[in-house]
Design a protein around this ligand. Sequence first.
Ligand code: 5GP
Ligand code: ZN
Length: 137
Amino acid sequence: MEDCIFCKIISGEIPSYTIYEDDDTLAFLDINPNNRGHTLVIPKKHGEKITDLDDNDVAAVFRTVKKVVNGLQAVIGPEGFNLVINHGEVAGQVIHHFHCHIVPRNTGDGIEYKYDGTTPSQEEFQELAGEVAKHIV
Ligand code: 5GP
Ligand code: ZN
């Protein structure tokens, strides 16, 4: 897509440090890493949200995520990873081409992703799960 930085990386117009590439996906190092080895995995077909991708590309992205995690584990050997998808501007999505962040993590690395929440009542859980379940196709 015109003016999309990640589409330009796919076409080679903008250079990147490629880790893996196949027909459907590309994995490359993030230019501004949160931690050493921070990698982005993208579908080659432009789409902003997971709901804009076809099912094959969704599956292909996560197959590539698995390969990259294995590669980073072998080379960097972190204690864990954050697999992060910022989905929509409100959630921190800056580049409007779907991507999964793979961020190697170690104890004391200072990175913080906060997930503080409150626990709803059983009724609220049940009603919400039921309502959403009706819309799964
Ligand atoms: P978002 O906030 O959209 O989830 O993350 C976008 C990510 O893309 C950021 O982590 C940023 O560092 C990375 N990024 C932005 N421009 C470029 C670029 O030209 N090359 C690479 N390799 N990464 C980029
Ligand atoms: Zn794009």
